[in-house]
Design a protein around this ligand. Sequence first.
Ligand code: GDP
Length: 198
Amino acid sequence: LNYQTARFLISAPTLAQCPADSGAEVAFAGRSNAGKSSAINALTRQKALARTSKTPGRTQLINHFSLGENAELRLVDLPGYGYAKVPEKVKLEWQRHLSDYLQRRASLRGLVLVMDVRHPLTEFDQTMLGWADDQEMPVHILLTKADKLKRGAAASALQQVRSRLREWEDLVSIQLFSALKGQGIDTLEQRLDAWLLD
Ligand code: GDP
């Protein structure tokens, strides 16, 4: 698939307002500031498709992007989680939307979970993995900002995450990534192609 064809489709505040649940889509999730928007922009070779926003606490929307001619193949940018300053009630609301989406979205083929390679597997990352596991939803983990570590340190971070997730290896794949250096885009594309074109 040519990911450069990605175009903004719609921002949905809730699952009910998402586009028709047909075709196939892949969703990106991650802790705020992990590098999710930068990863989507690197994949699609667009500077500002997913906004790299520094304003926590704004309305959290599920953003859909179409690939190619029609809206039957989509990338989905899920709300970032983990803003410290957000009230507990709002956090719980986001969590409900995320778990609703994972549980009910029939066209969802896989989840890309974006983690800062220096701070992988936060508590909520693990919650997301648990929800995905409940649905037998495949997960691809991007350990991003790999350029922030020396090569050996990045490789050992990858090994550590792999070994911690060994019990889930049937459903979970993991790679190093850097939006800054364009590292790992081809591997990500292969994973998404396999999910979306299957
Ligand atoms: P999001 O909140 O998960 O969407 O994160 P952003 O994509 O907005 O990135 C958060 C911060 O990390 C920004 O300052 C980015 O410039 C930086 N960043 C994102 N990806 C990379 C990367 O691959 N390498 C480096 N060095 N910085 C990155």
